[in-house]
Ligand binder design. Structure first.
Ligand SMILES: Cc1ncc(COP(=O)(O)O)c(C=O)c1O
Length: 386
């Protein structure tokens, strides 16, 4: 079976991890700060703070912005549940903004309309979280303008978008947001096994995230209430977590980062080949935002309702042809946990349509052209009238 996603691990990756295993520190050693410095340089952010998952990164980014009990957080329904869950963990409530039928990302028009109503009703959110689905950036300049006009904060969920670009800047450079979150889960553009990162240009956000990832404990005299000459002295000054990334994971992340240009090149080549080969088929592709360069974490196609077969039949045919396909994502509000807690069903007709007709084809740097050809032939066959 051709998987829909898979990590690419080199001998250099294995050696980098083994070096840490032979060293003095498995965690809280020198490798995490090295990964943070390299990742910040790569993204063009002032700071980068590594944690043990993208989910932890979201949670800490929201907390660092002061999201708490009773606050409102808005995001796209077409995302992994973690984007919304992190807000609930802060004690906030979550609302969903419909997607754009062309880009599959949060619709700026729907966001503006919802904000106009919210302003009238005094329910403007504290935080909006645009999700860069499949690795393609949302229209951050437009969202940034709305943030200025309505007064909310912005965290980019760029779990899919490490290495993506918009208007000549890398995602993470944070020109229109407070912070950007990445995931280094194995299926992502680069992996640290499990891992995540908050990139930001704010010294205060970086400081808060770093403090909260390690119990809220500090050894920095500037952050302590009491001064002490004792070298062992430390203080807990906030209620945090153990969300630390280990040096073992950071070594893998750092080694993968050194290969990221090759990974991105390969993903872009494969995406372009899909684009060209699927052009004759009755499928709709994610429309690129002008000025954006996707990281192509996922490759989603949509099967219109008038196609010869529906999405489920196509997925079944693909699996029978040895190609594992997937769905990214079930609208978050449809999960029983959320459905039971939503006072009104979100008005997201485009997300509903997407849920009916989207399918993710195999996409990863290690995907061979022969495997991609099998995938293309299988979907072409699946789309053929019965
Ligand atoms: C959009 C999105 N947000 C957040 C996450 C959470 O990342 P992690 O699995 O590293 O916790 C993921 C992971 O799949 C994701 O795809």
């Amino acid at each position: 079976m051709i998987p829909y996603a898979r990590q690419v691990i080199s001998e250099a990756d294995i050696e980098a991890v083994a070096r840490v295993l032979r060293s003095d520190y498995l965690t809280q050693g020198p490798v995490v700060p090295r990964l943070e410095a390299e990742a910040a340089r790569f993204c063009g952010s002032r700071y980068a703070v590594a944690v043990n998952s993208g989910t932890s990164a979201l949670h800490l980014a929201y907390l660092a912005l002061g999201v708490g009990q009773g606050d409102r957080v808005w995001t796209s329904p077409i995302t992994f549940a973690a984007t919304a869950n992190a807000a609930l963990h802060c004690g906030a409530t979550v609302e969903f903004v419909d997607i754009d039928s062309r880009t599959f990302n949060l619709s700026v028009e729907c966001l503006e309309q919802k904000l106009i109503v919210a302003e009238r009703e005094g329910t403007v959110p504290k935080l909006v979280v645009p999700v860069h689905l499949c690795g393609q950036s949302c229209d951050m300049a437009a969202i940034g303008r709305l943030a200025m006009r309505f007064g909310f904060r912005v965290v980019e969920d760029a779990s899919h978008a490490f290495g993506a670009e918009l208007d000549g800047s890398r995602v993470g450079a944070g020109r229109f947001s407070d912070a950007t979150v990445f995931s280094f889960h194995p299926v992502k553009v680069i992996t640290s096994g499990e891992g995540g990162m908050v990139a930001t240009n704010s010294a205060e956000i970086a400081r808060r995230v770093a403090l909260l990832r390690s119990h809220g404990i500090t050894r920095d005299p500037k952050e302590m209430e009491r001064s002490s000459e004792e070298p062992w002295y430390y203080e807990q000054v906030a209620l945090g977590f153990n969300y630390r990334m280990t040096d073992i994971h950071a070594a893998l992340g750092l080694s993968q980062l050194s290969a990221v240009d090759g990974f991105l090149k390969r993903r872009r080549f494969l995406a372009q080949r899909y684009d060209l080969e699927l052009v004759e088929l009755p499928v709709t592709l994610q429309e690129p935002l002008p000025g954006s360069l996707s990281a192509h974490h996922l490759y989603v196609v949509r099967v219109p309702s008038d196609a010869a077969r529906d999405r489920n039949e196509i997925a079944e045919h693909m699996r029978a042809s040895g190609v594992a396909v997937n769905l990214h994502y079930i609208p978050v509000y449809r999960h029983p946990f959320y459905a039971a807690r939503m006072k009104v069903k979100p008005d997201c007709p485009q997300a509903e349509r997407y849920y009916e007709d989207a399918i993710s084809l195999p996409m990863y740097a290690g995907l061979g052209e022969d495997q991609q050809s099998v995938t293309i032939a299988a979907i072409a066959e699946a789309c053929r009238p019965k």
